[in-house]
Design a protein around this ligand. Sequence first.
Ligand code: DGL
Length: 265
Amino acid sequence: MLVFDSGVGSLSIGAEIHRLLPDLDLLYAMDRGGFPYGQWQEQPLAEHICRKILDVLIDHPCDMLVVACNSASTAVLPSLRSQVAIPVVGVVPAIKPAAQQSSSGVIGLLATPGTISRPYTAQLIADFASHCHVITAGDPGLASAVETFFWRGENSPAAWRQAIMHLAEKPRFAEMDTVVLACTHFPLVQQQLAKELTLFGKEVSWIDSGQAIARRVAQLLNESGTTRELKQTGSQEALLLGEPEDSDSLAAVLKNRGIRLLSGR
Ligand code: DGL
């Protein structure tokens, strides 16, 4: 299974898939050369991602694809599905469960600027959270700070604080009881974000898409009736795209997670 993102966001989704389906072979593709997807316009992003994924699939044929990126999925899913012959699972903002779960009816939506601006996201809000007040925050720097954290091991408290400020400066912040982490990079720093939120005397429920995606993958595998080789643990490998710099920090993170680093293309 191919788990594709612009960077380390693939790890937050892949970890949940691996937890639920440990026997699956996972290939994480990190398009470091294309990062940040959250700053691209919709059309060129869709073309870029289709090209990259088709390239990866030539060398690494897979039976399913997870687009582990909200910024990408909200732009690329229809054209991607028309170009690849395998099932495609997209990661989109978890607005529906957040709206169902919120007691106050005030939800924070923390994402990249790209995801916040997409018609796809507006439609999700209209379809599932029309009875709620959604505080949207498109943070231009948070995904980059997460990349820096993983690639260079540098903590960025100012970036975690800024992300919370984007929510805090909006009306009805005091009532917000649920925050959707609508970028796959963000669950990787949920603790840091929660710590900043406590400075406002607040605790919230954090919602991301990881577990729901893992359940969707399991459902698709069951429906397809694919017989899988019985083994305890599947392989986990990572492919870095776009000639990224060497990173001891990332290599250590991958090793800790049992992921073998392949050379990129
Ligand atoms: N991981 C991507 C997402 O879920 C965003 C990172 C980027 O801007 O490339 O939206």
